[in-house]
Each structure stands twice: as C-alpha cells, then as structure tokens.
Design a protein around this ligand. Structure first.
Ligand code: FAD
Length: 353
C-alpha cells in the first residue's frame, strides 16, 4: 500500500514527495504527463536558503535574476537590484526543466511517479482514503497531499472550498528575437490603466510577455486587442522593438487569481503550493511559497503518520501566516500605483482585500 499519495508533480508536489520518500515512506506521485512550456519563471533570491539546505543548488539551465525594472507609480523606470540583498541574485528558470529536475529528484529519493489524473476521492473509514485515477486504478493511501495547483482537485473532493479575492488573468505570448544581443535578465514591469505587463528573457533566448488584468465575463481576449494594447505600452514595446522580437504563437491564458482554500488540511490530507493558496504573479512569491509549504507539509505528514496529529493544525497556521503576509505585501504594492484613480482595475485594489 502507498502510505502517501501526492496529487500533482509541480514544484510543491515533487518537493513534498522527495522529502517524504527520503524520510522512509512509500510515496506515489501522481500527475498526467506534463506539458512543455510553463509560465512562472522568476525564482527570487529568498529561495536560496531552502534550495541550499536541500542540496538542490546549483540549478542548471537558468539565467541569473538580477532584479526588476519597474514603471510602477511613476512614468519613469525604477531599478530594483538584488545586489544589495542578503542572498545575491535570483534565477530566471526554464520552468519545464526546473519542474522536471525536481520530479527526477523525488524519484531518485524513492517516490514512484504515476502518469495519471486524479478523478475521485473519498475517505475510507478512519484509516485511509480512496483515490480513483483516470487509468482505472484505485489507490488506498493512509495520507494524501493535494499539490494539484489552483484547481485543488483533492481538497475540493474532500469538502474544502476556494475563495478568491480578485479575478486576475494572465494573457501571455513567447517571442523570439530577430536581432541578437539582448542580454538583460531583469524582469520589466509596466503598469497600465487596465492592468499591468511584464516581460522577461528566459534561458531559451525567447522573451515571455504577459498582461495581467481582471477577467470581465463576456469580454473578448482577442489577439488583436492584446497586440494593440501591447503596442501602446512605453517600456515593454520599446524592449521588444530593440531586438525585433516576433510572437511565436497566439496569446494563451492562465488563472492568476489570489485565493485560498477554506481549510488546508483534514484528517488524512493536506494541501500545499497553489492548491493551498495562490498569489498574484506581481509578488514573484508563488514558487517560494510552494517550496516552503511543501517542506513544512512533509514534516507534518511524517509526524501525523507517527501519531502526532497536532502537527497538522500547526501546518495550517503556518500556511495561513504565509498567506496573510503575502496579502499585506500585495496591498502595499498596489497602493504605490495611484496614476489612474478612476480605473476599475486599480480601484478594486485600493480598498481592503
Ligand atoms: C502568469 C503567471 C506568472 C507567474 N510567475 C511567477 C514567477 O515569476 N515566480 C514565481 O515564483 N511564481 C510565479 N507564478 C506562480 C507559480 O507558477 C506557481 O505558484 C507554482 O507553479 C505553484 O507550484 P505548485 O506545484 O503548487 O502548482 P503547479 O505548478 O500548478 O503544479 C500542479 C501540478 O498538478 C497537476 N495536476 C492538476 N490536476 C491534476 C489531477 N487531477 N491529477 C493529478 N495531477 C494534477 C498539474 O499537471 C501540475 O503538474 C506565476 C503564475 C502565473 C499564472
């Protein structure tokens, strides 16, 4: 019998699975075959102590993340460099490679990766859970971790609900340079009346360009509208023009809402990473929170399976503190942009969360 099933092999699930396997538990890590390109490429310097402690440094195939250029609260571009910070530079990741590396690390530690999707879950008596996979398998683990990202597929099936405080969506493209020589590895952020943009050069040499705005039901997210708004940016458009970047594909969308589960643990389960709570990409905090919650969760699960169930509420409080701290940071960051007091996007962010 698998003692622990981990649903989702993104960064949070892979880290939790690797730690639990190394603690001597039988772990099954479940994920449908992962997609190729993934958005979410900036890993801030604050991840360094944990990655160091886990022996995961150096990270291969990355660019150094030296900081941010930001047109936020002002028409001028501010420079925020990591050089003065305690941990040195962060990283710009190839997300597919980073996620694959963590998954490999989990399997090297003894976790068994199963290519499947969770489609059903229910308690089985007081001692176990029943998990149904889309390949027809029934697993009966003593404990399960929901690491399925924002959908939180296990937690929802076990009765938790998700509350979001905004309707943020990302629309993004990848672009390839027509003229070589772009060496900038800083993230460029530019606010607009209707939302905000970022662009960053990723290890493949391409640039990711993303627009974050609130989803308006019924509105079109047509390519023409995205491209015309992109052309009207000052700094992002100039950065792309300087190296003749051309889009590789039509714009894609991603859920970027801030939200959390009603409860992040139950008798035989807990949630980690985006499944527990999700943050605005502006914070660049999603990956660090995913790794921190996975690390804390692995310790709580080992203790709970050893009879110390008090570690589960302590984990819940830890996740709650991380989320509350993020909410304060979110409010303070949006409060610094006051150029469009009548614009609904900014008005929605200037009141209490
Ligand atoms: C536009 C955008 C930009 C971002 N930029 C950054 C950034 O620069 N820096 C940063 O730190 N964070 C960023 N993030 C956030 C970051 O990507 C997430 O916080 C991070 O991926 C969370 O990791 P996770 O392991 O919790 O979830 P995920 O990475 O979402 O992994 C969840 C896994 O669960 C699997 N899964 C889903 N359903 C099932 C199922 N039914 N059965 C089994 N498996 C399932 C999925 O296939 C996936 O592999 C960004 C997010 C967005 C939307």
């Amino acid at each position: 019998m698998s003692e622990v099933a981990v649903i989702g092999a993104g960064p949070a699930g892979a880290l939790a699975a690797g730690l639990l396997a190394r603690a001597g538990l039988a772990v099954t890590l479940i994920d449908p075959r992962p997609e190729g390109f993934r958005i979410g490429e900036g890993l801030p310097p604050a991840a360094r102590p944990l990655l160091q402690a886990l022996g995961l440094l150096p990270l291969g195939g990355t660019l150094p993340g030296h900081g941010t250029l930001s047109a936020w609260g002002s028409d001028d571009l501010g420079v925020y460099d990591h050089i003065g910070g305690p941990y040195g530079p962060g990283w710009i990741l190839d997300r597919a490679r980073f996620d694959d590396g963590l998954r490999r690390w989990a399997c090297e530690g003894g976790a068994v990766l199963r290519i499947a999707r969770l489609v059903g879950a229910a308690p089985r008596g007081d001692e176990a859970l029943e998990l149904r996979l889309d390949d027809g398998t029934l697993l009966v683990p003593a404990f399960a971790i929901d690491a399925s990202g924002r959908p939180a597929v296990l937690a929802h099936r076990l009765g938790a609900t998700r509350t979001c405080i905004d309707a943020l969506v990302a629309t993004y493209i990848r672009c390839r340079p027509g003229v070589p020589g772009d060496r900038d590895t800083r993230v460029l952020v530019e606010a607009a009346a209707y939302g905000w943009w970022y662009t960053v050069r990723v290890p493949s040499g391409e640039r990711v360009v993303a627009l974050l705005r609130d989803h308006a039901p019924g509105s079109s997210s047509a390519r023409a509208e995205f491209e015309s708004q992109l052309r009207s940016t000052r700094f992002v458009a100039a950065t792309l023009a300087a190296h003749a970047y051309q889009p590789l594909e039509a714009p894609r969308g991603a859920d970027a809402r801030t939200g959390r589960l009603s409860h992040v643990f139950g008798d035989r389960w807990l949630a980690v990473g985006d499944a527990a709570f999700s943050v605005d990409p502006l914070s660049s905090q999603g990956l660090v929170d995913a790794l921190l919650t996975a690390d804390a969760a692995a310790k709580a699960v080992v203790a709970a399976l050893d009879g110390d169930r008090g570690r589960l509420p302590a984990y819940g409080e830890h996740a709650c503190r991380l989320y509350e701290r993020y909410l304060e940071h979110r409010s303070a960051t949006y409060a610094r942009e006051r150029r469009w007091p009548d614009a609904p996007f900014w008005q929605r962010r200037h009141g209490p969360p």
